[in-house]
Design a protein around this ligand. Sequence first.
Ligand SMILES: C[S@@+](CC[C@H](N)C(=O)[O-])C[C@H]1O[C@@H](n2cnc3c(N)ncnc32)[C@H](O)[C@@H]1O
Length: 297
Amino acid sequence: MALLSTIEPAACNKIKTLMFSKNQVVTFYDSIASIYDLIIKDKWDIIGGNNDKYWLIKYLEKHEISTILDCGCGTGVDAVSLSKAGYSCVGCDISKQMLRRANDNANKYDAKNNCAFVNCDITKLSRHFRTAQFDAVTCMGNVLMHLSGGDQIIKALSEMNFVLKPGGRCFIALDDNYDWVENLLGTKRVIFHIEAFCPSGQFMIPIHIWPVESEVVRSQVIFIYIGKDREWTITKFYLPLRLIFLKQLLSMMKKAGFTDLKASYVKNGQLNHDITKYWITSTGIRKQTQILIEGKK
Ligand SMILES: C[S@@+](CC[C@H](N)C(=O)[O-])C[C@H]1O[C@@H](n2cnc3c(N)ncnc32)[C@H](O)[C@@H]1O
């Protein structure tokens, strides 16, 4: 597979524009909505089993929060979990198919009374929600990296700020350690990442291939799905992603109006506030650790 750096600059710019079109993000998530819950099965296992074990729930208890907007909620794993924990939660997402699954999951986990889902773009929240409508905003599991650039990310963060009550909190999680990825630039340009999931006779192997060009990652995701009848399906996607480094995100949150910024990391289901240890302990790019950035309106 050709790296972006081997392509002519003009063609490269064209690819970057194509990569970050919102339609492409919608197509990608609409296409994988039916298998997405297999990919985050570990998270659903915690929520379906013992919701109290989820670090986010434990952490939010320390704040005075009752209403939450979950931005880029996907199939609703956090919205459902938060609703089950007693919060009144609205999940919003740009993909209608992901939201269809989110509604099914809210019914399945008996959380429907406390949650609702809205189809919208997180850069346009003010078209759908009032100012000061929520006590908290969450944005979990790599949502912002689907936006086309710094301006769009600041726009989304400003919209999150708009819907928050004064003093409200915004919690952004980054699933991948992009600072660690950046350290590999110059030595390794392509990063492979393989995971396997095998729920009850089915098998799912997502393989991520990341050729890195500056801050642009053209991630190829190959899903190999082995059904109960052991028949194989292989699906390939190019997933637009933009690296977001911790320092950048802190600075963008400041520009969007947040104060009291704090970065923590999650490892083995525990939230740790000494972020300096994060770089030492982090050896993988997914699932190993997550960063949580928190800001106050
Ligand atoms: C990696 S998934 C994370 C889903 C969920 N938060 C989780 O942790 O499982 C990213 C989600 O962000 C959504 N998304 C991407 N760009 C968006 C945008 N501009 N507005 C709203 N949702 C968006 C996608 O449709 C997708 O459901």
